[in-house]
Design a binder for this molecule. Structure first.
Ligand SMILES: Nc1ncnc2c1ncn2[C@@H]1O[C@H](COP(=O)(O)OP(=O)(O)O)[C@@H](O)[C@H]1O
Ligand SMILES: [Mg+2]
Length: 288
């Protein structure tokens, strides 16, 4: 090897080392924070999470939004379950579409009572089209939903998170100023393990946990009025204690609730006071 060749190899090595170093530095700087636009003033961002899918995360988001609205707050929902959006249908606005204002501004859809909603379902040609997007596209949509939407004045922006601990959930935590998360579980989960995942994710992301909602916790027999626990006695209380988090309530399995979600009449027909404890913590009456 000639001295020139040796020198060339050394330079190449140094250059690649430098590139690696810069990349590491970038990683340490962390991902970018999304910036809200001048037409949005969001006071509190609350995420609704679960360790896995199908436990009622979207239902809890819908209930919290409805109850906050009934309590006189201004509310928005960012449906961050980009590949499995179900918020628009629940509010009966599945057929509406988001409108663009100019090149970079998106107007949210409005529910009957005025909850502002942004969801991939509202940009697809047909409500039932599958979302077949890869990671970068999902991140791009999430960024637009936060940065480019004219949210206006919001007391609460609820983020219906994708299930589990994937890319989009991580980006929500790292790029949106989430003030706290509500964890939803169902009793047939291996409760402690699944709730533990959500608790640990929040801890790793430095986001406080508001508390735990146990969905499908019990069933009230319509004939005899007796309360049954088809999945066995609830361990939610014990689980919440184990992780040092607050218990925010238990929701029954209720075919009437499933029906009003399907019909899109949650705001009109939802029974009152389903998640009072959660409301007390999220929107304490004496806070304003
Ligand atoms: N407590 C409940 N009683 C009756 N049906 C429920 C209840 N919770 C959820 N469901 C139904 O189960 C399905 C899944 O709930 P959803 O909130 O979409 O779950 P996730 O968002 O966690 O995937 C929906 O069809 C919903 O209407
Ligand atoms: Mg959902």
């Amino acid at each position: 090897m000639t001295p020139e060749e040796e020198e060339a190899i050394r330079r190449e090595f140094e250059a690649s080392r430098q590139a690696g170093h810069e990349q590491t530095q970038q990683q340490h700087q962390g991902p970018e924070m999304f910036q809200v636009n001048a037409l949005s003033n969001v006071k509190h961002v609350i995420g609704v999470v679960s360790g896995k899918g199908g436990v009622g995360k979207s239902l809890v988001t819908g209930i919290l939004a409805t109850e906050l609205m009934r309590a006189g707050k201004s509310v928005g929902i960012l449906d961050a379950d980009i590949t499995g959006p179900s918020i628009p249908k629940m509010f009966g606005i599945g057929n509406e579409r988001l409108t663009a204002m100019g090149e970079h501004l998106i107007l949210p859809a409005n529910t009957v009572t005025g909850i502002k909603v942004v969801s991939t379902n509202l940009i697809l040609e047909h409500e039932s089209d599958p979302v077949l997007w890869r990671g970068p596209m999902l991140m791009g949509v999430l960024k637009q939903f936060y940065e480019d939407v004219a949210w206006g004045e919001l007391d609460y922006l609820l983020v219906d998170m994708p299930p589990g601990t994937g890319d989009v959930a991580l980006t929500v935590f790292q790029s949106i100023p989430v003030e706290g998360v509500v964890i939803v579980s169902s009793p047939q989960d291996l409760v402690q393990m699944v709730v533990g995942k959500a608790v640990n994710m929040a801890a790793m992301m430095d986001v406080p946990v508001v508390g735990l909602v146990e969905n499908m916790s019990y069933y009230v027999c319509p004939n005899c009025g007796e309360r049954h626990e088809p999945f066995g006695p609830s361990r939610a209380e014990e689980t919440a204690k184990h992780f040092g988090i607050d218990m925010l309530g238990r929701l029954p399995i209720d075919p009437a609730i499933a029906a009003l979600c399907d019909q899109g009449t949650i705001e009109r027909d939802l029974p009152e006071h389903l998640l009072d404890e959660a409301l007390d913590i999220i929107a304490p009456v004496d806070a304003e």
